[in-house]
Design a protein around this ligand. Structure first.
Ligand SMILES: [Zn+2]
Ligand SMILES: [Zn+2]
Length: 465
């Protein structure tokens, strides 16, 4: 008789979170994240699972980010029958995030097959299509925080606010093994205190085992409270030059935070009046989820919505859906702010805005999120003098500003504090969701402070009791 955890995806790396909890009677998955990396690994890794899918009872989803939710359509297509338990907000966000992900994969495979056709190689199928993604939504079951969910006869789950993105949860599992009980917390991803729009992360009690992220296990973030001021400075400086501010941004969460701050800056007359655009249909849909998810927002934002104070700037900000509206911006040379996706500048409408604006030194590209290696976003952060967009070379003359304050992940000090606050009942802390250079230093720090920590390897199975 045993309770085991198998660390499968998002182990020694940040993408593709997926773990298995196995008792004598049940098997459940924590997260079904999409592994994002080189194309060859992409198909390989995203179609290997920690157990036969028909034997799995259920999946518990921590939040709507694609590296946690994005492989759910594959799991369902390949035989997962059980329900997907998550918060009501995450379930709603996935209605937009997953079909969008399916669409991106269909587009990518079109591009791959163009090459395959030319080289007379066999054509490939997308990992899943938009249709597959839409079908998978039927399996979602939305729950509110703090309500125990009877997942199987021997596992009960309770979701606590992770303060990371809208609807994000620290999953707590109460697992009954004969006359013994084990309480395990899965804090992946974990947010930060004082993030705009969100409540602070909650700390569950009486935890025996803690699985925690280590994305920034070796980094200290700038104070989030400085972010709005710095945003204002950059906008003012660019407006004085008569330039445009171009902000590549993830459609989910970061766009809503930036829109919230810019709207406030303009309400407070700290920046001049100028047109503001959120140019991403996905971001526009997601903002509408924020607007009616009152229970999930912090007190300040909730009150603003209830008092009709328009925190997402629907009266000031133009939320664009159609591509005609988007294209019109190319010929508009007034100072303006454009927030657009994709976040790492790898596709989407942001590419048009960058192509049209980075050669003008009066303009600013503001980087507000993480940029992975080998992305256009990364090349812009590195201020490479010439960058390729749609296969054409462009001189990067616009000012480039990088802001670190917006991170939605706990940093080194916040992770240490969280482990400490979980208390002395914790028998072991497992570090996942981090590259070695971030998780190793955190591991050493935890050991130095007397915590029993472990860095699981991919596929490693550990008996908890
Ligand atoms: Zn996340
Ligand atoms: Zn993540």
């Amino acid at each position: 008789m045993s309770i085991k955890v198998k660390f499968w995806g998002g182990v020694q790396t940040v993408t593709g979170s997926n773990h298995l909890i196995r008792t004598d009677h049940s098997q459940i998955l924590l997260d079904g994240g999409l592994f994002q990396g080189r194309r060859k690994d992409f198909y390989d890794i995203n179609t290997k699972f920690p157990a036969p899918l028909s034997e799995i009872n259920s999946l518990i989803l921590s939040h709507a980010h694609i590296d946690h939710s994005g492989n759910i359509p594959t799991l369902i297509k390949k035989g997962l029958k059980g329900p997907i338990h998550t918060t009501t907000a995450t379930a709603e966000l996935c209605r937009f995030m997953l079909p969008d992900s399916g669409h991106i994969q269909e587009e990518d495979i079109k591009f791959v097959n163009k090459l395959n056709r030319r080289k007379k190689r066999p054509l490939r199928q997308p990992l899943y299509t938009k249709e597959d993604a839409i079908r998978s939504l039927d399996s979602f079951r939305g729950h509110h925080y703090h309500q125990p969910i009877k997942v199987t006869d021997d596992i009960t789950a309770t979701l606590y606010d992770a303060g990371h993105v809208l609807g994000s949860a620290v999953t707590v599992l109460d697992i009954q093994n004969r006359n013994r009980k084990i309480r395990l917390a899965y804090a992946v991803d974990l947010g930060r205190k004082k993030l705009p729009l969100l409540k602070d992360p909650e700390i569950p009690t009486k935890i025996d085992y803690l699985i925690i992220e280590s994305t920034y296990g070796n980094r200290e973030h700038e104070e989030i409270t400085n972010a709005k001021g710095k945003l204002g400075e950059v906008i003012n400086r660019t407006a004085r030059r008569g330039g445009k501010v171009i902000i590549p941004s993830f459609a989910f969460e970061r766009t809503q935070e930036i829109a919230y701050f810019i709207n406030e800056l303009q309400q407070e007359k700290k920046i001049p009046s100028m047109p503001i655009y959120v140019d991403s249909p996905l971001a526009t849909n997601i903002t509408s989820v924020f607007r009616h998810s009152l229970d999930y927002l912090d007190e300040t934002t909730r009150q603003k919505i209830e008092n009709d104070q328009d925190p997402f700037g629907y009266n000031r900000i133009n939320y664009l859906r159609s591509s005609q509206e988007s294209k019109k911006l190319n010929d508009d040379h007034r100072p303006m702010i454009i927030i657009s996706a994709s976040g790492m500048c790898e596709g989407g409408r942001i590419l048009h805005h960058l192509r049209n604006n980075i050669e003008n030194k009066n303009n600013t590209v503001m980087i507000v999120g993480y940029m992975a290696q080998n992305t256009l976003g990364k090349r812009i952060v590195e201020r490479q003098p010439v960058v390729k967009i749609f296969g054409q070379e462009h001189k990067l003359k616009a000012e480039v500003v990088k802001m670190n304050a917006f991170s939605a992940h706990a940093d080194k000090n916040e992770l240490m504090a969280y482990v400490k606050q979980c208390g002395r009942t914790v028998k072991r802390v497992f570090l996942v969701h981090g590259d070695e250079n971030q998780s190793d230093p955190l591991f050493r720090e935890l050991i130095a402070r007397g915590h029993k920590a472990h860095q699981p390897k991919k596929g490693e199975e550990i008996t908890l009791g």
